[in-house]
Design a protein around this ligand. Structure first.
Ligand code: ATP
Ligand code: MG
Length: 333
């Protein structure tokens, strides 16, 4: 393991033991977050993005369980840590912004109290200093009238302000790794742009590595250095971000890209990939995407394609490449 990587997930498999059988929410996922880089995980609802993040944090709850794999954080396997060690790492070196900020803020305390508590754990400060630092943090994440806002309860703040509080709290310990699970999904586009800019600034100033979960390819394009496309628990395509957008190869990724709204291209409704995400309990034996893939052949239903490298650092889990598929399209026409 080189020091250049903050996080290396290797062959992670996280399973839910349900009454109807076991389902693999995360299935043989390997992923690397280099130091100071922003790495995106993108995919439709239910593909395993949050469970990948929760596995890193070791917050997977029953009936879920991490079945196998390694999660190397700065070279050390988190799966070998005791719960106490893990708790320290979570509070200190890895921070997570959860999909729904309301669930991670305590409704009965003011946000100021919660920020000061988080500070108190990391720094020995007097009451006045704690307050002054809390104001600074609120100002740093762009919360107007910080003094006043510190006295608010979570429900008194808008979704955008709550998410800013969460980002402020996540950055208090200057973590090596920030995991942000759909940090802007609930917000309108102007607030989204501000929050994303804020995360980039934190990366630029502190060298924080970020694992950014989203279902939005537009956010990936704006934010990420590398991207992993997940479907039904597996990585389908991975590449450096320019390479991915220039040279998209997997039919699933191509479908996701068609669903980005474009300012220069007015459409009545957004393109969505036909069909539904398969039930993880009843996956096809072969490629998980075959039931929705317009190029699927018999082989795709029977055999799982391996991830293979088709250009330096660019991997796809598909038997065909885009060039072959577009050739097929022409011959069909
Ligand atoms: N408590 C649970 N019990 C059983 N299965 C679960 C449970 N939580 C999650 N799963 C399964 O894990 C899969 C992955 O869930 P996950 O939350 O990681 O999806 P996601 O990609 O984050 O989706 P979203 O975009 O909706 O947040 C789901 O499809 C679901 O089948
Ligand atoms: Mg999720």
């Amino acid at each position: 393991m080189s020091e250049a990587n903050t996080l290396e997930i290797r062959h992670l498999r996280t399973v839910f033991h349900t009454r109807k059988g076991d389902l693999a929410a995360v299935n043989d996922v390997s992923l690397t977050v280099p130091k100071g880089k922003i790495v995106g995980i993108v995919g439709e609802s239910g593909c395993g993005k949050s469970m990948t993040a929760m596995s890193v944090m070791q917050l997977v709850r029953k009936p879920g369980e991490i079945e196998s794999g390694q999660i190397l954080f700065r070279g050390e396997d988190l799966l070998q840590k005791t719960p106490g060690e893990m708790q320290k790492i979570r509070g200190d070196r890895i921070s997570m912004i959860f999909q729904e900020p309301m669930t991670s803020l305590n409704p009965v305390y003011t946000v100021g109290h919660q920020v000061e508590e988080a500070l108190r754990i990391h720094e020995h400060l007097s009451k006045e200093e704690l307050h002054r630092r809390a104001v600074e943090i609120f100002e740093a994440v762009g919360i107007p009238e910080a003094e006043e806002r510190l006295k608010s309860y979570p429900h008194q703040l808008s979704g955008g302000l709550r998410q800013r509080v969460m980002i402020g709290m996540a950055m208090i310990c200057k973590p090596d790794l920030l995991i942000a699970d759909e940090p802007t999904t609930a917000l309108d586009v102007t607030i989204e742009a501000q929050i994303l800019a804020l995360m980039k600034k934190l990366r630029d100033e502190n060298g924080t590595s970020i694992l950014l979960i989203t279902h939005n390819m537009g956010v990936v394009a704006k934010m990420c250095d590398f991207v992993y496309v997940m479907y039904a628990g597996r990585v389908m395509e991975q590449a450096e971000v320019f390479e991915l957008f220039r040279n998209v190869q997997h039919p699933y990724t191509a479908g996701l890209l068609q669903s980005i709204p474009r300012i220069d291209h007015v459409v009545d409704r957004l393109y969505t990939i036909p069909g539904v995400v398969p039930n993880l309990l009843h996956l096809p034996a072969g490629c998980g995407f075959c039931t929705r893939c317009r190029y699927a052949q018999d082989r795709c239903y029977e055999e799982l394609p391996e991830l293979r490298e088709i250009a330096p650092g660019h991997f796809i889990r598909c038997f065909s490449t885009n060039q072959e598929l577009s050739g097929k399209e022409e011959s069909h026409a």
